[in-house]
Design a binder for this molecule. Structure first.
Ligand code: DHB
Ligand code: FE
Length: 279
């Protein structure tokens, strides 16, 4: 039987990928950031998940603004790193898990979540930067990945409540899958940041810390926060944080917080990271 063992939340700042890919991780600006992920790298190496369901957003790379799916589930056997304008990141190809992904698609759609099925797409920094933070720079990623792309770039994105409910449906689907799998789910994006307009550079650490407290201890209340609160408090790109609620919805009501890290800044963003284990 498949088992959903843990959830990970992490930012996905593209400059983190740049720092890794150009050998800058030991520089004073970056060193404390990468130190915050050492726990998780060691924990994952012990935990050895078979597959990570990676909830992220595409930044108009795989999907142009022509078509903007709200929830898009990758059912392919593999995904190439996207060229975001300066060449693809030099990271391994991402291997999918079509058997589990198709099961998820069927289970979620019959559970009345209108998921877009994706048979081919490139994956941008939203997906590859979290993989790099979790696994470093291996010659091949050590587990399979099922990408779940959430629209948070074109208004209206899904509500936090819908994201949380989707996470709960993913949990049901995983546990109804017969073959053995150790599954980890990751929610990415955030924390507070705004990369455009008059408030560019906005960071709200008090709000971010409260978000991290609630993602662990009170996700039901957190799931009721409306979009306008994210945008006002955490900046226009802070809305990415709703994706963490998909991750949290897939976990137990009570979880064990194994690790938490918060760091300001990386590029224009407050970096948040958490590891939550089911009881
Ligand atoms: C930055 C952060 C993001 O989440 C993103 O998608 C692009 C840029 C930044 O801080 O530079
Ligand atoms: Fe982003």
């Amino acid at each position: 039987m498949a088992q959903l063992v843990a959830g990970i939340g992490t930012s996905h700042v593209p400059a983190i990928g740049m720092a890794l890919d150009t050998g800058k991780t030991a520089e004073p600006y970056w060193k404390p950031l990468f130190a915050g992920y050492e726990f998780t790298k060691a924990w994952l190496a012990r935990e050895k998940p078979d597959v990570i369901i990676l909830v992220y957003n595409d930044h108009a790379n795989a999907f142009s603004m022509d078509i903007v799916p709200t929830f898009a589930l990758g059912c392919a056997a593999e995904y190439q790193p996207a060229d975001e304008g300066w060449g693809a990141r030099p990271v391994p190809v991402v291997k999918g898990d079509p058997e589990l992904a198709w099961h998820l698609a069927e289970s979620l759609i019959l559970d009345e979540f209108d998921i877009t099925i994706v048979n081919k797409m490139d994956v941008d920094h939203g997906l590859t930067v979290p993989l790099s933070l979790m696994f470093g720079q291996p010659p091949a990623w050590p587990c399979k990945v099922i990408p779940l792309a959430v629209n948070v770039i074109q208004y209206p994105p899904p509500t936090g409540r819908r994201c949380y409910a989707l996470g709960q449906a993913i949990r049901r689907a995983v546990e109804a899958f017969g073959p053995e799998r150790r599954v980890v789910i990751a929610g990415t994006g955030g924390l507070s940041h705004q990369i455009q307009g008059q408030r560019a550079g906005l960071i709200n650490s008090a709000w971010d810390h409260a978000f991290l407290d609630q993602i662990t201890n009170d996700p039901e209340t957190l799931a009721r926060i409306p979009h306008v609160d994210y945008v006002r408090e955490a900046g226009s790109e802070g809305i990415e944080m709703v994706m963490w609620l998909v991750m949290r919805g897939a976990l137990d009501a009570r979880v064990k917080e194994l690790h938490r890290f918060y760091h300001v800044p990386a590029s224009n963003t407050a970096v948040g990271h958490i590891v939550l284990e089911n009881a």
